[in-house]
Ligand binder design. Structure first.
Ligand code: FAD
Length: 453
């Protein structure tokens, strides 16, 4: 009632305020159903209405009103997150930023200045026409927004060379609007970007982004199959770690994961463990030769001509792997792990001994913040019960495997909360009433509960 009476007057076009239940339901949801645990927890959660601002002034008007009337606000990019990050737990408004999708400029130094709703695919395509490309992007590149990637993502294709989104000053600056009596616009530059990154929209609305790009490379794709998982792993690790190789993707799949890639069955021979590469075109022949020398069979090799390349092997990597598996059998779910590069073989052996084929290895190599390429992993898990899933997570942690738990709905337990608590400190300053995506930053919630009781 209150929202319908007031919000349309705060934006230039009242049609950008939406209350149609089916649309509100759709724009309240993301890919949370990847997790059987979150599916149960979140399926009945939704906003009361959606508003689609087109500029900072409209956002400030909306937030000023919501602050005054204690209305929760959950920002949304494209809603492709897996943790239920964009699902409002306490109703209120979804602030859909998809209409703020301008690429303002790409500077001579290779920094893209953009609005948050720009789709990463549009940015990559534009950057490549200017001799640049994204340093890293999620496999949802075509749909996902840059603001949502900063708010809830971590890395992906390209991370083997350039690290995650939060490494190597990839994000140069962000502009944020605060949730206060009089909403302010603040610029966070340099190290201060970490106050806002990966805070799930709980401590400010990102309205402009300065993103560092990298010089573009002419890429090619290649798939190699191996009889033994150990041989596939060893070969992929050598390419991922070897600084002489220019690569964007090095992904290793344990059989039967490749059998779930139904559109590209010819690339995935029965019973073989598979590696997908995106490699500099100039190194393709050398890579094929190296794969054969290591006992592998090259099952696909070809040019890359942008995101429309068919087949596009990266469509089967990162969390798209999980999607193909769930399409095949919805009892699959996943974990997000980081193996210790010095103990990875022993750690994989321990997990296999304890869990057998309940866990299937899907390795994604990525450079860490210290510049070392490490075996990240998004293993598939055959889900039975929450207890068993937690047992697996517990075992991983006991043997030194890092887990960013994708079966929780809060910033802290998702594994990317900063130990120096800068995201929490920003929330205290920018959202004192706790109205931005409430319930997702637990440390703030517990503080306010202490104050209230
Ligand atoms: P949303 O889901 O809309 O939002 C994500 C979070 O950011 C939410 O908490 C939201 O409130 C907040 N937010 C959105 N916009 C703003 C803003 N302007 N200001 C403040 N907060 C904001 N992720 C990876 O990192 N790497 C991968 O390789 C990857 N692969 C995936 C594959 C599949 C098949 C799927 C379903 C998901 C995958 N993801 C991956 C997760 C997700 O797609 C990405 O993180 C993506 O970048 C999120 O963008 P989005 O626009 O959909 O964000």
């Amino acid at each position: 009632e209150l929202l319908s009476r007031s919000i349309p007057g705060l934006i230039a076009d009242p049609l950008r305020f939406v209350t149609a239940p089916a649309v509100v339901e759709r724009l309240s949801k993301d890919f949370y159903w990847y997790s059987p645990v979150l599916k149960k927890q979140l399926e009945d959660k939704h906003a009361e209405a959606v508003v689609q601002p087109v500029n900072v002034e409209e956002i400030r008007n909306i937030l000023r009103f919501c602050y005054k009337h204690d209305v929760p606000v959950t920002p949304r990019g494209a809603g492709t997150g897996n943790y239920g990050q964009a699902i409002p737990l306490h109703g209120g408004l979804v602030l859909d930023l998809s209409r703020m999708d301008r690429i303002e400029t790409i500077t001579e130094e290779g920094v893209a200045i953009c609005e948050p709703g720009v789709r990463l695919g549009a940015l990559e395509t534009e950057a490549r026409t200017r001799g640049r490309e994204l340093r890293c992007y999620p496999s949802t590149i075509v749909k996902a927004s840059l603001g949502g990637f900063l708010g809830g993502g971590s890395g992906g294709i390209g991370s083997v060379a350039h690290g995650g989104l939060r490494d190597f000053e990839t994000v140069r600056a962000v502009e944020v609007v605060t949730m206060e009596n009089e909403p302010q616009v603040h610029l966070h530059e340099g190290a201060a970007v970490h106050d806002i990154l990966h805070a799930w929209g709980t401590n400010g609305i990102i309205t402009k982004i300065w993103l560092a790009l990298t010089p573009k490379v002419e890429w090619a794709q290649c798939a190699a199959a191996f009889d033994e998982f150990a041989s596939a792993y060893n070969f992929s690790e050598g390419i991922a770690v070897g600084s002489e190789w220019t690569k964007r993707v090095v992904t290793t799949f344990e059989w039967p994961i490749p059998s779930y890639f139904s559109p590209i069955k010819s690339v995935a021979p029965q019973g073989k463990h598979l590696i997908f590469f995106m490699i500099a075109e100039a190194q393709l022949a050398m890579l094929e030769q190296a794969a054969r020398s290591a006992g592998g069979t090259v099952t696909h090799s070809g040019a890359y001509s942008g995101l429309r390349t068919t087949p596009l092997l990266s469509d089967y990597t990162w969390n798209h792997t999980t999607l193909w598996a769930i399409k095949h059998d919805d009892a699959y779910t996943y974990l997000q792990c980081g193996f210790d590069p010095d103990r990875v073989r022993e750690q994989m052996k321990l997990l296999k001994e304890k869990f057998g084929d309940e866990i299937l290895f899907h390795i994604e190599f990525m450079k860490n913040g210290a510049g070392r390429v490490i075996p990240g992993a998004i293993p598939l898990v055959s889900y039975t019960t929450e207890e068993r899933l937690n047992e697996m997570i517990g075992t991983c942690r006991e043997i030194g495997v890092f887990v960013a738990n994708p079966h929780v709905n809060n910033v802290e337990d998702g594994g990317r909360f900063r130990e120096d608590h800068v995201q929490l400190a920003a929330k205290r300053r920018y959202d004192p009433k706790g109205l931005l995506n409430p319930g997702k930053m637990l440390s703030f919630q517990s503080e306010t509960e202490v104050v209230r009781t």
